[in-house]
Design a protein around this ligand. Sequence first.
Ligand code: SF4
Ligand code: SF4
Length: 165
Amino acid sequence: MKKYFNDIFQSVWTVLLGMRITWKHLFTRACTMQYPDQKWVLPERSRMRLFNKIEDCIGCGQCVRACPVDCIYMTTEKRTKEEAPAFASDGTPIKLRVTQFDIDMSLCCYCNLCTYPCPTHCLVMTPEYEFAVYSKQDFLYRFAKDQPLAPPKPAHHAPAPEPAK
Ligand code: SF4
Ligand code: SF4
């Protein structure tokens, strides 16, 4: 008889012990974030999606050279004397026309090394982190607005992959 009650006690006690964590969390505040209705407040200087304010880009190529994974593809050509002088918003003269400035964000490792040498601070990391896409090709961000006047020459950058048809 003693063993019978002892077994009952052991069974109940084991269940209670196993439920210890559950009981504990039953009375603590829930910390589940209801994404996307709730979002993390990101720390200052978080490294997320890159953006180039192309109007201020002087085509110096320093970002291209700084990129450790070669995921910035740029082509430029000299502005002709006939063209009106152009300046970045900080007053830096723009002597080159940027005819291609692509960043393949699927290759980017978010190191931020490209933004430091940018003389006009036009290339920046934004706090935008929700940019998932269905196609890998959509990670190729094209910033250039100028069309080339001359046929493109081979340069120190890798060619941009062709967009999906
Ligand atoms: S953040 Fe790093 S990997 Fe990404 S484009 Fe800039 S230099 Fe390249
Ligand atoms: S470093 Fe800045 S200004 Fe120079 S090519 Fe890159 S984005 Fe343009």
